[in-house]
Ligand binder design. Sequence first.
Ligand code: 5GP
Ligand code: ZN
Length: 302
Amino acid sequence: MDMQTSFLDRLFESGLLIDTSVDGLYGRSGQFEDVITAFERLIDKVGGADGAEAMRFPPGMNRAFFEKSGYMKSFPQLAGTVHSFCGSELDHVSLLQCMEVGEDWTKGQEATDIVLTPAACYPLYPTVAKRGNLPKTGGLFDLQSYCFRHEPSKDPARQQLFRMREYVCMGTEEHVTDFRQRWMDRGVEMMKQLGLEVVIDVANDPFFGRGGKMMVNNQRDQNLKFELLIPITSAAKPTACMSFNYHQDSFGLKWDLSLEDGSVAHTACVGFGLERIALALLHHHGLDTVEWPESVRKALWG
Ligand code: 5GP
Ligand code: ZN
């Protein structure tokens, strides 16, 4: 049995994760949620004084905004769309017949106006753009959302529906790259407090297909994405538990985000993978949070 499957089995046996018979789709116990709540409190403590504007969006977003974002150009393999039955009574009868005989009943489903949110910051850009020019101080936003990515796996650190906490900064190039650097330093410090060994490395998103290779190279060459990595189910391939993304002015141009003087805003976002951080803690300090080192418990629960 590989390390991923055995860790997943231990998480099921302990009840921390609840099996749904779909890889990457899990229920979570009260104890698991308690770790996430405590970690989010730590995020608030570290970042709270920055005065970010909090917004919470549901895990589905406007399909038109999703289309405009270009997600289907870069990551078609990960997207999830919400479809519904929109037919007549007759269509309903044939749908039920299909189900009865075990045929594919989903073919008649039609796309709704909603797609599943792929990253917590996606619904933010069109929302901020609608307000008009950003103030002189730029914009700083605090987000958290369940996100969907279609990548079924036995690795408990790769889930299809997981929570991402994000800070998003909008402003000049200097303003947003300073923000990103500040959170890289803070991220390392936070994980140190939690007794987790981390490295930060340059990274890339999983752009689709042959055309995607160019995007990967460009992202890496320009240091647009960094990840904070912690070994969870593999020492050789540690897991990205935070990411630090600099979008240059690409989202500013796409969404028409302007600064007070009319120049195009640069943006950056910093994401915490909440389940991954909980799993890193459980992997390193054991499955019973009561037994965790005193310093770690103090950092999380005071
Ligand atoms: P990114 O947009 O950089 O791919 O993801 C942001 C953060 O979300 C990552 O640093 C990671 O912590 C978390 N994340 C990304 N993919 C997954 C996944 O498949 N499962 C879980 N649990 N977290 C993920
Ligand atoms: Zn983001």
